[in-house]
Design a protein around this ligand. Sequence first.
Ligand code: ZN
Length: 181
Amino acid sequence: MLPGDLIGTSEELTGKTGTFVDKGNIYAATTGIVKINNKERSISITPVTNTPPNLQVGDIVIGQVTDVKDSVALVEIAGIKGRGEREIFNAEQAAIHVSNVKDAYVKELYYEFSPFDIVKARVIDMRNMRLTTVNKELGVMKAYCGNCRTALKKDNGKLKCPKCNRNETRKLSSDYGTGII
Ligand code: ZN
């Protein structure tokens, strides 16, 4: 997350370390990775450190979609799952090719990912920094309304904006909206 990024609303979460609240929206106050504490329904930002990434093929990473083109979605990696404490490092750019999105035909990549989405993906190629989301748990963890930027809620397997009732589609992780990495 970068300073000023919308990370939640005070309706659903309490902003803690590294966040600030403005008109009911919670924003990142520092560059870092978002942590959601489900027990206390709070959200905080852990600042980015200069720890070397040590990424490997097979690693599960968390990142933010920065751009979606016809055949690739670009992702800025923010953290690696596991390895004792979750390692956090300076953002590294990676890409999800249209053929690595899901176990089914992808008509339009724009129906699967959108800029600002938080995704969970597996590293499949270090040289070209390719990721895959072909797996039930992999995919979008959090998505925002393309119209009003409110966090979309999962309802019967579909995404809906609680504010403007707009429906959107994504390649969802089975952990969507739980904050579980
Ligand atoms: Zn909306």
